[in-house]
Write a protein that binds this ligand. Structure first.
Ligand SMILES: Cc1cc2nc3c(=O)[nH]c(=O)nc-3n(C[C@H](O)[C@H](O)[C@H](O)COP(=O)(O)OP(=O)(O)OC[C@H]3O[C@@H](n4cnc5c(N)ncnc54)[C@H](O)[C@@H]3O)c2cc1C
Length: 408
């Protein structure tokens, strides 16, 4: 594998403590509350407050990567040319463990929203300080625009020291609970992608109205909000990144976020897949069908052969995810790897979780096991932050050297 030359595939020693702590939190806080908040959709999981305070402590103590806010720090703090394992890798490893516990609950963790990752990725130092400690959701999707995020219609018009935002945003993860929402808006629709900027809109800003919360197939512990923006006045200093419209640079400013967040979503998928595989191996062993790694798959029961195939998919997803995060930490362009990881992990988690339901039979389909829940939870990981098809499109463009106009 190409990446094997540059990645030490063992979890780096310095991150082992963080991984262990994340696993413990997942086992002791997430798992016992998993079913409860799957059923009590839209109820805030109060059990997360103490955990979130702990995470804040880790972040303040400089143990980088404990949560979404850690995603860019590795690159920012990079001082030498040596290979490093930084904030992105730490966050990805922590996310895998937490989502082994429950992906809906991870998405509900205070101050760890995708908006926090966006702020960590593109904010300047003053903004990083000003928005520290805020829980930020991310609002790109609109009623008429999903995958084609360059077509968004929400507008931002400069007015003195402020921008005035108008439009509608749907499917905003943690939108109701967050303190602020990072809203994508266009300064001038006629200038296309280059005119799209992101703005931190604080809750309580007049005109920023929560319309409703969605009922969903999975990740039901996570709230998904619909907002209307009616003449919302946002200070100009809340614009993240360069306020100028740079047609040559195009979409690069806002898209930078995806290079950091897609490996995170891939990590969520890896975590769910691992949970489903572990549970299935346990159930198969209980049923007298243990997985035997010392014998070829084709000389074992069909269930074991299927399981081993799923595990191979899991490994591929895991390695691609680590590679994408590692590259971000080491200042290497990782858009291709971020999309590959997201495509592989999103698809694999969905397939693996559903096949595990099948392997476990009626127990897998019943609420007596979490397998049916993981099968429902997994699907979103192949949809948000760019669907499967969009990731494949990005990969194809990168490999063939085509622009988004040449290959759509
Ligand atoms: C639970 C949940 C949480 C979400 N959280 C957030 C959030 O926090 N912030 C946010 O901004 N958005 C969020 N989203 C929105 C999510 O990112 C979008 O649903 C996603 O981008 C797809 O957009 P769409 O639903 O409009 O589908 P569409 O773009 O209409 O796509 C429909 C289908 O067509 C396919 N397709 C589209 N274009 C192409 C193409 N060019 N080639 C091939 N196939 C194509 C897609 O892959 C998909 O299968 C969330 C969605 C859900 C369900």
């Amino acid at each position: 594998m190409k990446g094997a030359a540059v990645i030490n595939l063992e979890v780096p020693k310095k991150l082992a403590v963080l991984v262990n702590q994340a696993h413990q939190a997942a086992a002791e806080v997430f798992r016992p509350n998993s079913r409860k908040y799957d059923r009590a959709e839209h109820t805030y999981p109060v059990e997360l407050d103490m955990l979130a305070a702990l995470l804040d402590g880790l972040n303040a103590g400089g143990e980088s990567g404990a949560g979404a806010a850690g995603v860019r720090r590795g690159a920012r703090e990079r001082k030498s040319d040596g290979v490093r394992n930084g904030g992105n890798l730490a966050t990805v490893l922590g996310t895998i463990e937490m989502c082994w516990g429950d992906v809906g609950l991870l998405l509900s963790m205070p101050r760890q929203g995708l908006g926090n990752a966006a702020i960590a990725s593109v904010a300047d130092d003053e903004q990083l300080t000003r928005f520290a400690g805020k829980w930020a959701a991310m609002a790109i999707t609109e009623p008429d625009t999903g995958s084609d995020s360059a077509a968004i219609r929400t507008t931002a018009v400069k007015d003195g020291d402020d921008y005035i935002l108008n439009g509608e945003k749907i499917f905003v993860t943690a939108g109701e609970r967050a303190d602020a929402v990072v809203v994508w808006a266009t300064l001038d629709r006629s200038l296309g992608r280059a005119a799209i900027k992101s703005f931190v809109v604080e809750k309580g800003t007049p005109g920023f109205e929560l319309v409703r919360l969605e009922h969903k197939l999975g990740i039901r512990a996570s709230d998904t909000a619909h907002f209307r923006l009616d003449n919302v006045r946002v200070p100009a200093e809340n614009l993240l990144g360069d306020p100028e419209i740079n047609v040559a640079q195009g979409f690069a400013g806002v898209l930078q976020t995806f290079d950091n967040t897609r490996p995170l979503v891939a990590a969520m998928a890896v975590g769910v897949a691992r949970a489903a595989l572990e549970e299935t191996a346990r159930l198969l062993a209980d049923a007298g069908v243990p997985i035997d790694y010392d014998r070829p798959a084709n000389s074992q029961p069909a269930a074991v052969a299927t399981y081993l195939g799923l595990e191979a998919d899991y490994e591929a997803a895991y390695l691609l995810t680590l590679e994408a995060a590692w590259m971000a930490d080491n200042g290497r362009p990782n858009s291709l790897q971020a999309s590959m990881a997201k495509a592989k992990a999103g698809r694999s988690a969905t397939d693996i979780a559903l096949r595990c339901v099948e392997l476990a039979g009626s127990l897998g389909y019943s609420e007596n096991s979490l397998l049916e829940k993981w099968a429902r939870d997994a699907k979103i990981l192949d949809i948000f932050e760019g669907t499967q098809q969009i990731q494949l499109l990005i990969v194809a463009r990168r490999l063939l050297g085509k622009t988004s106009t040449q290959l759509k």
